[in-house]
Design a protein around this ligand. Sequence first.
Ligand SMILES: Nc1ncnc2c1ncn2[C@@H]1O[C@H](COP(=O)(O)OP(=O)(O)OP(=O)(O)O)[C@@H](O)[C@H]1O
Ligand SMILES: [Zn+2]
Ligand SMILES: [Zn+2]
Length: 769
Amino acid sequence: MSAPPLLDDALAEVALALPLFRTFTYAAPESSRHALVPGARVVVPFRGTTEIGVYLGPGDPATLRGKNGKAVTPKAILDVPDAEPALGPSLLTLCRWIADYYVVPMGVALRCALPALLTGAAAPTPSQRTHRVATIARHIESLLHRDRIFARSPQQRALYELLEANGGRAAVHQLLEQLKFSPSVLKGLVARGLAVVDDEVVARDPFATRAVAAHPSHVPSAAQRGAVDAMAAGGAGETFLLHGVTGSGKTLVYIELLRRVVEQRGRSAIVLVPEIALTPQTVDRFRAAFGDQIAVLHSALSDGERYDAWLALRRGEKRIAVGARSAVFAPLEDLGAIIVDEEHESSYKQGESPRYHAREVAIVRARAAGAVVVLGSATPSLESWANAQAGKFRLLTLPARVGGAQLPSVEVVDLRVGRAAAWKASQEGPKSPVDQVLSAPLQRALEETLAKGEQSILLLNRRGYSAFIQCGDCGDVSVCPNCSISLTYHRAPERLVCHYCQHQESPRDRCARCSGETLKQRGLGTQQVERILAERYPLARIARMDVDTTGAKWAHAEILDRVGNGEVDVLLGTQMIAKGLDFPNVTLVGVIDADTGINLPDFRASERCFQLLSQVAGRAGRGPKGGRVLIQTRVPTHHAVRCALSHDYHGFVREEVEGRESPPYPPMVRLANVIVSGTREDTTAAVAQHAAAWVRALMTRRGTAGVTLIGPAPCPVERVKQRWRWHFLLKAEQPGELTRVARYFVERFEVPKRDGLRVAVDRDPVALL
Ligand SMILES: Nc1ncnc2c1ncn2[C@@H]1O[C@H](COP(=O)(O)OP(=O)(O)OP(=O)(O)O)[C@@H](O)[C@H]1O
Ligand SMILES: [Zn+2]
Ligand SMILES: [Zn+2]
């Protein structure tokens, strides 16, 4: 070990937001020294330009020796722009942890904690005052009528339907951007009297102006009070796992806890939700309870608005931050609590560098701040469950729904047909479209629900019109030219779309491989099911919610508001409808195809399927009318389906954990997925093999017992956005050893500078695809 460096006050260690595993040493001019507090932003000269960096502390003179041993004169810091350091000491420490644990440069970690405006990453553009908005002028209720009107103008139809999906009104530039149409399509709609265009003052933040319906302030039940008391008495840094069944009133527990932490003790708090746009009801409840003490950080904020919110929190003007994963970095001092709602959600993991998991960051931050953490879910992740079993987290349970409501009855509809039934069906001729989508029991249930004036939710976890296009002659499937993924057929507008890279193309007339002309649509998507439902139930008011109908900023909230106001009879959608929705008049939930995703080559596929089925089932029967759930499946005996049927979380965990013992997967071991990607298949494979051999040799040399390497192999999705992908896995019982191996590898392994070759380490990956 070398002696610790002698640090010098006249020198400054500065982190720049660059993908380099090093910091830089600058001279600290006398005049700026008083403002140089760790966490302060500094403006420094760098490679002929100026950069914004963060001051970490006094510099090490040893870093100023050049290659030949001669001393290098450091350049001077140009400016310290803020009176107060942008980052408080606790956030600075948190960034150090992120850089270390997720194996990224400090500058990359710091970018998470600073709003874009402060890192200079965003050019501050003045906000637009008005924009052109299109509105539907004439409603065409019947789909059949629609077919006639738009027979010759499919593009107009696509535009019309997109407008509709946006609640009948949307910004022109957004519409055209999304569909990539020329403005003449919209002119056509206007000329036919179907739409009008006018100027509108840019919509203000609807969360700020959204009227919060006076939410009845409930009196907590005994179970809720018990949970709040335990949390409020929690020790500094203690983590609670709140396992409460769907509809058990977890939100009220959070609110009551914040009342004590924020209102009584004067501390601050962070509330994380999976996605703000999908959880307007939850956000509304917090706003109803705490009014303008809350800053809602959501993705629709402009950089300027985001900065304003950041400043209000930094100055202590607001003491509760509500937001998606990045809100875990809210600049709050004296944190008393961090709440992670729906802690099992994979959206808490950032998909790009730094690939942090907000739940883990929350735990680390709370420990340093002496705050409590509450992880809430009806279906906790296996990791959190294991931590609770091991005594690292304290388990609190809400075993029943509030107000005596019962969990819905869940029935399975087995879609497998026996040989006799198959023969009989073949004698009866082809099934009608609706029979292909909804089994007889689900049709009956839907009709009964419609007749009673109650609401239904139908889940189909596949957007688009049909899943893929297949040649009837040779069986070839249309695949994205950039990714090894089949293209999804979309009808409005008519396109083949890649759901990985957004590549779009016109449907083909002939098979690309054999020129066959019998191209068949296979598998159902939400668009097609919507159409089939509309034809079969013309009077039902159907709303579709998927990525395609929620492109515009506030589309989610608008659709959900319509459901809440009773203007929708059937809400059809992808997994986005499974999250936290609380509509007492929803008495039926139907899962059209439970098997989507269950067989993905990913160790979490079953867990994700169980969570999705349990969560969507939990939308039914939240009011006094009760509810029922029908799950259509071809694998009724799969434990994910079986345990969802009986609301048996514990049974699911038991079976699932067994399956992760050998070969071991989390939570039995810790995992890092090392992904090598590049534009050429052969060099990508070669570098992956070389990298894996390099790490193996390192582990033998160093005797790093306890870390094993699996692979390398092509990723299950071999190619994404024109990049070939290979990976290998590092498994370890102890996280520390994994950190050492991964860090040594990332810092020392030389990636050839060609073919766009890159290496990324994904620590605690949520998926291995
Ligand atoms: N003590 C109470 N008395 C009466 N109603 C309550 C009480 N607590 C909560 N509720 C109501 O119960 C409903 C369900 O609560 P909430 O949405 O918080 O459930 P949840 O546990 O978050 O469920 P999920 O996991 O399904 O999202 C809400 O409408 C809420 O207003
Ligand atoms: Zn073919
Ligand atoms: Zn693609």
